[in-house]
Design a protein around this ligand. Structure first.
Ligand SMILES: *Cc1c(COP(=O)(O)O)cnc(C)c1O
Length: 381
């Protein structure tokens, strides 16, 4: 049997170790040194973000985002159920109540037309997810949020270097949350960033990130001693990880081109199967520029999804499902968060399958994967 093709293989660009050595030699591995500052500057300049604070994960960034909202018991935050669990955890940890909204059939992002109907006098914020690096309908969402005074957090974990009407994802809401986990397009093993898009939020976000203290003001020479000023945690990224990350961020352009090329190779080979009606490829509206984070298929039924997944695994190809719906999870049911069925979410999560996608994937491997998909359909028929 041919060699195993994993779902993901974390990429190394080559300068990571050299930069880590420099971070260690500089005698400040803790955080907020030269490498953190360089990474933040690249992200701020490239994406037009007021202020980027590097964090230990997108999960941490989402927690800071929700702490910024000063939620009170009973306050509600809208988010899709087709989401990673971090967004819902962040709401609950900050004292709020997640309210789940269904998604659109095409982009698999929160359905902006259902958003307004879900707003009550307790709604304080909305978390949008840009699935697979394809933007949610931000103009409409921002318009609703402005009229109804809601805080907007973008979970842009999958959307670094993707845009919506020429604006970088993560730079549009009040805050944006990036992930640099090893499964994402650019990584440092585990890391993230909080994009703060309103200058008046920078101070508090920085306190929350520094264990709830004003330590940054002391480092900037504005106060003599730092003290406890907020509810916070240890959310900063270490300089060792920032050094790794800088090597990757310096290659945003070449890595993005390589990913685009891989997806084109997949698409040209899968399109005939899509035309036969056997599967659906990711939809990218013309005003959204994707970063090609995922190559996912939508299959006609849960049985075909499971059959194809098992076939691929039996042929040594790791294809994986995505996002168990949050609204019907055991946590949601135990904590009274289940409100109603969300039909699109349920349909999509039972039919979606993600194919291997990583920078070292070869054309021959893509051909082998598509060949196995084709074989599955054509031996079933
Ligand atoms: C990966 C991911 C996260 C979590 O990111 P971490 O950096 O691992 O905390 C959150 N949301 C979405 C949509 C993700 O894909």
């Amino acid at each position: 049997m041919d060699g195993r093709i994993p779902y993901n293989r974390p990429h190394v660009v080559g300068r990571e170790l050299a930069y880590i050595s420099r971070a260690i030699a500089a005698g400040n591995a803790g955080g907020d040194g030269e490498f953190t500052s360089k990474c933040a500057t690249i992200l701020e300049e490239r994406f037009g973000i007021e202020r980027v604070l590097l964090t230990s994960s997108c999960t941490a960034s989402l927690e800071i985002a929700m702490l910024l909202c000063d939620l009170e018991p009973g306050d509600e935050v809208l988010l899709p159920s087709f989401a990673y669990v971090s967004a819902a955890n962040a709401v609950v940890r900050a004292g709020g109540r997640p309210v789940f909204v269904d998604i659109r059939e095409d982009t698999l992002n929160i359905d902006e037309e259902q958003l307004e109907a879900s707003i009550t006098d307790r709604t304080r914020a909305v978390i949008v997810i840009h699935y697979a690096g394809v933007a949610a309908e931000m103009d409409r969402i921002q318009d609703i949020a402005r009229r109804r005074h809601l805080f907007v957090a973008e979970d842009a974990a999958q959307a670094v270097n993707a845009s919506y009407r020429s604006r970088a994802l993560g730079s549009i809401g009040d805050v944006g949350c990036f992930s640099f986990h090893e499964t994402k397009n650019f990584h440092c093993g585990q890391g993230g960033a909080l994009c703060v898009n309103r200058s008046e939020l920078v101070g508090r976000a920085s306190w929350i990130r520094h264990r709830g203290t004003n330590r940054q003001e002391m480092l900037d020479g504005r106060v003599a001693r730092y003290q406890w000023v907020e509810l916070g945690s240890a959310y900063a990224l270490s300089e060792i990880q920032a050094a790794f990350l800088l090597a990757q961020l310096e290659e945003i352009e070449s890595l993005s081109d390589a990913r685009h090329e891989l997806v084109q190779q997949y698409r040209s080979r899968l399109e005939p199967l899509e035309r036969e009606g056997l599967l659906r490829l990711p939809h990218v509206p013309s005003h959204c520029q994707t970063n090609h984070h995922l190559l996912h298929l939508l299959l006609p039924s849960p049985e075909i999804r499971e059959g194809l997944r098992r076939h691929l695994v039996s042929r040594n190809v790791s294809a994986v499902t995505h996002f168990e719906p949050l609204h019907s999870s055991s946590y949601a049911i135990e904590h009274g968060l289940f409100r109603s069925e969300l039909p699109v979410t349920d349909r999509v999560s039972a039919r979606i399958l993600r194919l291997p996608l990583f920078y070292e994937l070869s054309t021959a491997e893509i051909e082998r994967i598509v060949g196995e998909i084709s074989a599955y359909f054509h031996t079933r028929a």
